[in-house]
Design a protein around this ligand. Structure first.
Ligand SMILES: Cc1cc2nc3c(=O)[nH]c(=O)nc-3n(C[C@H](O)[C@H](O)[C@H](O)COP(=O)(O)O)c2cc1C
Length: 184
């Protein structure tokens, strides 16, 4: 069995010296992602044909990679079936995929993913924390809100920010304050 679970897995996707949160769908034994055009992730995948899913539980990394680029020294090169792929240095585990663009619309492209290699680097246990989960949700809405300034999205962000304040640990609170800075 692979590391990804059924449904949508919110991972940090790395492509050539780039990282961003991305949802990987795993249904009926097949993997795919839907990427908005214009992102570095979409551009790199269309050019290079690979992507690595990083399993990481640091909320700050989710916020940072959603809004800006990471320095090159945070990436590690991994040889995978004759290609050099990049994964995050801090990942607990990673799964490398070859990626083929299957379908394009005006706004997005659907990418079929075929697993090539996966490694667990360190074993850690993460108790369920609503603050962490809400931080991820708030970040999803914030990436859209930054572009649209939609009032309904802001309401979702505020709701989840409340849960982060109530249930999160220090790292979630730090991530939330970064998030608030990005959406200003
Ligand atoms: C949890 C989470 C999941 C996301 N999933 C996707 C996704 O599946 N597809 C997508 O295009 N953008 C997704 N985003 C938004 C991208 O991460 C965001 O647009 C990012 O700035 C793209 O960075 P890049 O230009 O470095 O690729 C997601 C954001 C978050 C926080």
């Amino acid at each position: 069995m692979g590391l990804l679970r059924g449904g949508i897995n919110e991972v940090i996707a790395t492509t050539s010296f780039n990282a961003a949160p991305v949802g990987i769908y795993y249904r009926e034994k097949k993997y795919h992602a839907v990427l908005f055009l214009g992102s570095h992730t979409a551009e790199n995948i269309a050019r290079d044909g690979w992507m690595v899913a990083n399993f990481i539980h640091d909320p700050v990394v989710y916020v940072k990679t959603a809004f800006e680029d990471l320095p090159k020294e945070l990436f590690i090169e991994e040889p995978v079936n004759g290609k050099t792929m990049h994964r995050l240095a801090g990942a607990d585990a990673w799964a490398a995929f070859t990626a083929t663009v299957e379908h394009r619309t005006a706004e997005s492209m659907t990418v079929a993913l075929v697993p090539e290699k996966e490694i667990i680097e360190k074993v850690a246990v993460y108790p369920v924390n609503r603050g962490f989960n809400s931080l991820i949700d708030a970040t999803v809405h914030a990436t859209r809100y930054k572009v649209t300034r939609d009032a309904e999205l802001k309401m979702h962000i505020d709701y989840h920010a409340g849960l982060v304040r109530k249930c999160g640990g220090k790292r979630e609170l730090e991530a939330l304050s970064m998030l608030e800075g990005y959406i200003g």
